[in-house]
Ligand binder design. Structure first.
Ligand SMILES: *Cc1c(COP(=O)(O)O)cnc(C)c1O
Length: 425
């Protein structure tokens, strides 16, 4: 693959392509579709290279995806975004975990949010980032934009519907982060963001962007941890790796599929979901039906109508191709609890409720060799985990630091005028 290749981006619903930075600034394509890469360049040349650290690998791996304009800043973007480790740990000879929760807010969302923030802060003009959250996204986005030049970030979260620790991680940041509690549910928060984009004249003084997971700028950097881990595994064992990915909105697993398609040594990809089964239903029947969201104890995966499904359909084109590459398993709350207890007893390792879906799915499929994608640290979900394992979880120091900070928030009714009001005050 020649050095000159530069990937362009096209909407899942359109044909006109644009460069990376345009796709990132827009978030959603003008026709309402999601941006996807027009090609995924083959990167098998990286398999022969001696692997140093994750950051250096990522600079090489992502360089063709980000456009010429950003290439000069790639070193500083990656160094600032990924200033925390990636851990691949082995529970036994066959079972391993890719721990993606060593960033500032202890979930894999730190990877995408920090990369996106570092890209946007290098663009000229002042910008307003609006994001709705039901938990992990808000903290990762707030922490990623905290203190950055030219950017204000407003995080909308539903009143009394997120945990105390989650709220603390959204409301503890500096002046450029506005934490807004909305008297309503998550859908009301999301609807406010959509309205703000729909009626831009009310917010015409701001350049609006969103940091939701539909933004391709959050998805791309996630490809790199799959590529790096698969390459390392291949260099040590000579074998392809199987990934089991706890999934909700299907962003993380889309990144895994793209990494495989770039020629990385990935064999099976398993989508582990909770009781929200829209994608399982599609897997079994070929029919996609958006469903209402069901609440589970793996709440970051509570998504009835996963938005990245549109990217998967665009990528695979047919149900048959989808099923050739992917397996889908749904896991109940009871099975999640069972997995947490069993993994603790067997390996003395405490899984978060999301990662537990991957553990159970691997067992159910009788998949021997597997790498479970560990999406969050269990201490983020102590209210779920502690009653199950009947032990108190130690709080990691990076979480404790955030919990000790002063918290500030504004509370509004769920309407656009109220939102405009707090943004202008
Ligand atoms: C967001 C999240 C997921 C789901 O990831 P998707 O990309 O939405 O499929 C899983 N686990 C945790 C801990 C999360 O925060």
């Amino acid at each position: 693959m020649g050095q000159a290749t530069q990937v362009e981006y096209v909407s899942t619903r359109g044909v006109n392509s644009c460069d990376f930075i345009t796709a990132v600034k827009q978030g959603l394509a003008p026709d309402g579709g999601l941006y996807v890469p027009t090609i995924i360049p083959d990167q098998t040349n990286l398999l022969q290279e001696s692997l140093t650290d994750y950051q250096s690998f990522t600079k090489k791996y992502l360089s063709q995806f980000i456009g010429r304009a950003l290439k000069e800043s790639m070193d500083s973007i990656i160094n600032s975004a990924f200033n925390f480790p990636l851990e691949h740990i082995h529970l036994d000879n066959h079972l391993s975990l890719l721990e993606l929760f060593h960033g500032p807010t202890l979930s894999f969302k730190d990877f995408g949010a920090r990369f996106l923030a570092q890209v946007l802060t290098r663009e000229s003009g002042s910008r307003l980032i609006l994001v709705a959250t039901s938990g992990d996204t808000g903290s990762a986005v707030a922490s990623s934009f905290d203190g950055l030049d030219n950017i204000r970030c407003c995080v909308l979260f539903p009143k009394d519907k997120i945990s105390k620790r989650q709220e603390a991680q959204i409301t503890c940041w500096g002046k450029n982060i506005l934490a807004v509690e909305v008297d309503g549910n998550f859908d009301d928060c999301q609807s406010l963001v959509k309205q703000a984009f729909h009626y831009p004249e009310q917010l015409s003084e701001f350049q609006l962007s969103t940091a939701n997971s539909i933004n391709i700028g959050r998805l791309l950097p996630q490809m790199s941890y799959y590529a790096y881990t698969a390459t390392k595994h291949y260099q040590v064992t000579g074998k392809e790796i199987n990934f089991v990915v706890p999934s909700g909105n299907l962003g993380n697993v889309t990144a895994c599929i793209y990494a495989k398609s770039s020629g990385m040594p990935i064999d099976k990809i398993i989508i582990a979901c909770n009781a929200n089964e829209a994608v399982l239903h599609y897997y079994h029947t070929g029919q996609y039906v958006a469903a209402d969201t069901i609440q589970t104890i793996a709440n970051a995966m509570d998504v009835g109508a996963p938005s990245n499904f549109e990217r998967l359909v665009h990528f695979y084109e047919t149900h048959q191709a989808f099923c050739r590459d992917l397996t889908v398993v749904s896991v109940s709350d009871k099975q999640i609890q069972q997995a947490i207890i069993e993994c603790k007893n067997h390996y003395n390792y405490v899984l978060c409720p999301h990662t537990a879906t991957a553990y159970f799915a691997r067992q159910k499929l009788k998949l021997n060799a597997a790498c479970l994608v560990a999406t969050a640290h269990p201490a983020k979900f102590e209210q779920v985990i502690e009653p199950i394992i009947k032990t108190k979880l130690a709080i990691p120091s990076n979480l404790q630091r955030l919990l000790d900070r002063q918290q500030t928030k504004r509370t509004i009714k769920a309407d656009l005028a109220a939102l405009v009001d707090v943004l202008q005050s």
